[in-house]
Write a protein that binds this ligand. Structure first.
Ligand code: PMP
Length: 435
């Protein structure tokens, strides 16, 4: 019966592989790319030799740190800006400004694409984010505003403030905004201004509506626009992964993978890739790696983000200076909601585990990656152990960014000492040697 199961599995793989042939994707080639955006995406998969050899399975990382803006978020920034252009929300070289609330990576990606396309960028971020991200943003010419970390219900929280700034941008313009193509329910025209503010893809899955008043078109072309990118709620984020990263992974593994592991900051990565892979082969496990202080693990395991007993002893992410940046949230964003129905499992990863993994990888593999990537790899190991996988299985994860974005935190012993995070070189060895 085992051989029959194998036969069946093989036929299934062939079937999904054929299905996939119909959707060709571009691979990196010898061509000269047209500007910096041509460098985004089509990243290679790298075998994590140390972990793969120790476990007897294949642990593969999608090398997203190779994107020109340094992270997986380049894909999302490009897609959000492309989609906004298609909707007439941005016009190059006319003072159009993109606003975003971000812990950094998305801001850097938006600033990169904005410069390449002739837009201005205003980035609002919490003030405890690693300094090197602020420096990168400033080098890219973005306007940066840093605010105290706050709960999402607080008006001064960075995402809320970015929405507010976008709403107020160009408010002095008095003509109506009735002539733009507006995806119904997705965009909120602010009263008496030309500014359109995306209120999120709360309704982004709804249909489009169009109203036109052509006589105002000329005026509009020359007026500044504010576009709130809204990565947490904007479905373009999910689409970038469902149509880009997911198909790339499928193709690069020839559809031979047993699990996909990812953290969630907005949820776009895990939802988009996860759903694409499941659509190709429902047996691929989609697994969340969730850092300390995030509510998602609890939501998946127990149905609630924070239960009262735990909340007393556990600080939420905006209340602590988080060492793992970019993943972990305490609300269900629209993008993460798309992942909820397809998640098979979740692992909570401690800061100490993430920090140890990032150091282990430098030592063993010469791979200098960021803390969210390290968190993902800890979850890969835990998953393999729990499943009892020892031979031949393939687990794919995302290497979101490089360690060079993290000198001031996970690479900084003083910082770790003050944050009470132990640096124990044996944590990963112990994890790997568990039965
Ligand atoms: N890692 C890093 C370093 C990030 O900045 C982000 C984005 N916030 C992620 C992982 C998570 O990706 P996503 O937003 O798609 O969940």
């Amino acid at each position: 019966s085992t051989s029959f199961a194998l036969y069946y599995q093989e036929r299934k793989r062939e079937r999904v592989a054929r299905q996939f042939e119909a959707r060709p994707i571009e691979l990196r080639s010898d061509e000269v790319t047209k500007g910096v955006t041509g460098l985004i995406g089509n990243t290679p998969l790298v075998r994590i030799n140390s972990l793969s050899d120790a476990l007897g399975i294949e642990i593969l990382g999608k090398a997203e740190f190779l994107n020109p803006g340094g992270s997986v978020k380049d894909r999302v920034a490009l897609r959000m800006i492309d989609d906004a252009e298609r909707q007439g929300l941005l016009h190059p070289h006319t003072g159009s400004r993109i606003f975003e609330g971000t812990v950094g990576s998305t801001g850097i990606s938006i600033a990169t694409v904005a410069k390449a396309r002739g837009y201005l960028a205003t980035i609002i971020m919490p003030d405890d984010v690693a300094q090197e991200k602020v420096q990168a943003l400033q080098a890219l010419g973005a306007q940066v505003e840093r605010v105290r970390p706050a709960s999402i219900v607080d008006k001064k929280q960075f995402v809320n403030l970015a929405r507010e700034r976008a709403k107020n941008f160009g408010l002095e313009d008095s003509f109506s905004n009735q002539h733009l193509t507006v995806p119904r329910g997705h965009l909120l025209p602010s009263p008496s201004s030309s500014v359109l503010v995306s209120t999120a893809a709360t309704d982004a899955l709804g249909e489009e509506g169009t109203v036109t008043a052509p006589h105002e078109e000329e005026a509009l072309r020359t007026k500044p626009r504010g576009f709130f990118a809204d990565q947490f709620e904007n479905k373009s984020n999910y689409d970038a992964h469902f149509e880009g990263t997911g198909p790339e992974i499928w193709r690069q593994t020839n559809g031979r993978l047993d699990a996909f592991v990812s953290g969630a900051g907005t949820g776009g990565t895990i939802a988009g890739i996860g759903r694409f892979l499941k659509s190709m082969d429902e047996d691929v496990k989609v697994v969340l790696s969730d850092p300390d202080g995030s509510g998602l693990y609890n939501k998946i395991k127990h149905g609630v983000m924070f239960d009262r007993r735990e909340a007393e002893g556990t600080k939420r992410r905006h209340q602590v200076d988080t060492v793992v940046e970019g993943i972990g949230i305490n609300r269900l964003t629209k993008n993460f909601q798309l992942a909820l129905p397809i998640l098979d499992d979740a692992y909570r990863i401690s800061d100490a585990e993430a920090v140890s993994m990032s150091r282990y990888l430098v030592q063993r593999d010469g791979l200098f990656i960021g803390s969210s990537s390290a968190c993902n790899l800890v979850a890969c190991v835990k998953l393999a152990k729990k499943m009892g996988w020892k031979e031949g299985q393939t687990v794919v994860t995302i290497l979101c960014d490089s360690g060079s974005r993290h000198y001031s935190k996970p690479r900084n012993d003083d910082y770790l000492h003050k944050a009470n995070i132990p640096i124990d070189p044996h944590i990963i060895e112990d994890l790997l040697s568990q039965p």
